[in-house]
Design a protein around this ligand. Structure first.
Ligand code: SAH
Length: 432
């Protein structure tokens, strides 16, 4: 099973390489030694992940060749945009401007975030999909997430694995179990990019985490994202040295007052410092917020999108807050799918052209149709859960998570068939 299409190295300039995919050129950073022009590689998230023997690459490419162009055609058809409608509305003016990649004013963005009418929302989604296609073609990156521990020292009010949930059975995977899960994800299922996530678990030292990252990187070549919460600025540095190249850390809300309300004992500034430090170290930044917390205003969401941009997000991660029964926010109401789709679409409009917009598992959890709708509203990235099935239900950040009990093969099958149906290919490099 293979998600990334092999690319052929066309040009090497220091650590930058140009990669060819059936005549289409993309760029990537290379940290592998002994890479030559003409070599075939897998790349992910802008990084060359591994080299592949030519014969193997050529036989995979032969299988992909026809499909690659068919997919592009399907995608192109689905992302056509026609804003020449009868109505000379304010909305059309804003979307027309957005479709030309002109900067929108704050008021215009707020207007988009406040849309309610179904037809108007569809136009917003179509504009975002148009921009996604124009800037990123039909690339869609698929990451595998391994949730290594559900122990957490924090007490976030929305989160089911918070330290305050005394009803949850806790688990912590051993180093061998983590390596085994990574091996399976990379060698059996073909993932090129892994996210290692946990609560803030003092049960692993930074040195242990660094050793795990290093071993995965050495033995199972992949782009590694870490998501262990606030591990300290030095911790970030050590894990970067060990080979981690991405940080998944949401700031959860850009409203400091709301942040304080739902994160007792935590510090907004400290979270931001982690994100800033990570960027300065060279990490790819995946960040964003929860949508639908009580007290969150549309203006807060606008600021969330701006903050993600200011933090240099490579990937925008905005998902619905889903109330968990064993948390202080158990009785809050559930945000609607469109409220989240709107944020994805507006993120696509506001973000740098090559940004990735994540379709979150939480959104998939709200509604099965939501995945496809998100991918057609600007999203171009998703995560499959490769945590061992025995632990997965225990990583209960919110109830009934999508894929909680689904074998990896079934997740892969349904994801690939969804991607195919809308013309997306699992390539993951910036188009140049
Ligand atoms: N310890 C890591 C990982 C936290 S869990 C960190 O601090 O970054 C990963 C994400 O799950 C969180 O960032 C949060 O946004 C999300 N999450 C937690 N509870 C949730 C809920 N009830 N509904 C939706 N998302 C939730």
């Amino acid at each position: 099973m293979c998600y990334a299409i092999p690319g052929r190295v066309e040009k090497i300039e220091d650590n930058k390489v140009i990669v060819d995919y059936f005549g289409e050129k993309r760029k990537a950073l290379n940290e592998l030694t002994r890479l030559n022009v003409g070599d075939y590689i897998y790349a992910q998230g802008g990084y060359v992940v591994t080299r592949i023997p030519s014969e193997e690459a050529e036989s995979i490419l032969a299988l992909w060749k026809e499909e690659f162009f068919n997919l592009q055609e399907v995608d192109l058809k689905l992302s056509r945009l026609s804003l020449n409608q009868e109505k000379d509305s304010k909305l059309l003016g804003i979307l027309d401007k957005a479709s030309q990649s002109k900067l929108l004013t704050k008021d215009q963005i707020l207007y988009l975030l406040e849309l309610k009418d179904t037809n108007e929302l569809e136009l917003l989604y179509k504009t975002a999909n148009f921009l996604r296609q124009r800037n990123n073609k039909n690339s869609c990156c698929v990451h595998g997430i391994i949730e290594i521990s559900n122990y957490c020292r924090q007490g976030c009010h929305y989160c089911g694995i918070s330290n305050n949930n005394k009803e949850l059975k806790r688990y912590r995977m051993t180093q061998d179990q983590i390596l085994e899960a990574a091996k399976e994800a990379v060698e059996v299922y073909g993932f090129k990019s892994l996210v290692l996530q946990s609560g803030e678990d003092a049960g692993y030292s930074i040195d242990e985490l660094a050793e795990i990252v290093k071993k995965i990187k050495e033995d199972f070549p992949s782009l590694i994202f870490i998501s262990f919460g606030e591990i300290g600025l030095e911790g970030l540095e050590k894990l970067y040295q060990a080979g981690a190249r991405g940080l998944l850390m949401r700031f959860e809300t850009s409203n400091p007052h709301l942040y304080q309300q739902v994160h007792p004992g935590m510090n907004f500034e400290s979270r931001l410092k982690h994100l800033q430090k990570a960027y300065s170290l060279g990490y790819l930044i995946l960040t964003g917020s929860l949508i639908g917390l009580a007290g969150q205003r549309t203006e807060d969401i606008l600021n969330d999108i701006f903050l993600a941009s200011r933090l240099n997000a490579e990937m925008f991660s905005f998902g619905p807050f889903i109330p968990h029964p064993h948390t202080p926010l158990a009785n809050q109401s559930q945000v609607q799918v469109d409220e989240v789709l709107k944020v994805l679409a507006v993120s696509r409009i506001v973000a740098k052209p090559d940004a990735k917009i994540l379709l979150t598992t939480a959104l998939e959890t709200l509604n099965k149709e939501a995945s496809k709708r998100a991918l057609l509203a600007g999203a171009n990235s998703l995560m499959l859960n490769v945590t061992p099935l025995s632990y997965r239900p225990l990583y209960s950040i919110y109830p009934n998570r999508a894929h909680e009990t689904e074998e990896i093969t079934a997740q892969i099958e349904s994801t690939l068939s969804l991607l195919r149906s809308i013309g997306r290919a699992p390539t993951d490099l910036e188009v140049i």
